[in-house]
Design a protein around this ligand. Structure first.
Ligand code: GRF
Length: 196
């Protein structure tokens, strides 16, 4: 399964995926490219170190072209900070997944990204937070949930300490979510989707 990973930041989720695939955990999965929404993100360094093609793409038309040229079966948003345009959602219906650092539908949607998510959880007095892997549809963090896992909030937690704890769980459930989706991927129109 050809996976294109879209990134905007440090790429720790990407790194977890690279490590798990190299460790033989995701049979049949191959990261064919890493596409960053902006220059200078460390995620591109991680791709280069792993020998994976990386590039910066800002325009939807070019994004669709790059995804198609790499014969992408699955698009994984790993710390990707842009909202995909409907044309991309349409082209990859039920083939785009995202990882969000809260228990959706709580603390998600516009404005809830990065540290803000965890600060909102603390401000909300929650004793439990978590991470969610979901399909991407036209909304923000609104697609069908694939997998969720709880993470405890501990006394004295700051947004940073909670973020770090949730990030560890993100790294685990992203791979599990991809495994689940790969098992259920609809046959691709035409060619054999498993052809390497
Ligand atoms: C993290 O806050 C993560 O929760 C969210 O994007 C941010 C950066 O992730 N998915 P990464 O380290 O760039 O993978």
């Amino acid at each position: 399964v050809n996976i294109s990973v879209l990134v905007s930041g440090g790429g720790t989720n990407l790194q977890a995926l690279i490590d798990k695939i190299q460790g033989g955990e995701l049979e049949g999965a191959r990261i064919v490219q890493v596409i960053a929404s902006r220059e200078g993100v460390y995620a591109l360094e991680r791709a280069a170190k792993a020998g994976i093609k990386g590039k910066v793409v800002k325009e939807t038309g070019r994004l669709l072209q790059e995804l198609a040229e790499a014969e992408t079966d699955l698009v994984v948003l790993a710390g990707y900070m842009k909202v995909l345009e409907p044309a991309v959602i349409d082209a990859y219906r039920k083939r785009i997944i995202n990882i969000h650092p809260s228990l959706i539908p709580k603390y998600c949607g516009k404005g809830f990204y990065g540290k803000r998510v965890h600060q909102a959880v603390l401000d909300g007095g929650e004793s439990v937070s978590g991470a969610t892997v979901h399909f991407v549809d036209e909304g923000v963090d609104t697609g069908e949930i694939i997998l969720q896992r709880e993470v405890p909030v501990k006394p004295g937690d700051t947004a940073d300490t909670l973020a770090a704890r949730v990030l560890e769980t993100e790294h685990v459930i992203l791979a599990e979510g991809i495994k689940k989706v790969m098992a259920e991927l609809p046959e691709k129109e035409g060619g054999n989707q498993w052809a390497e």
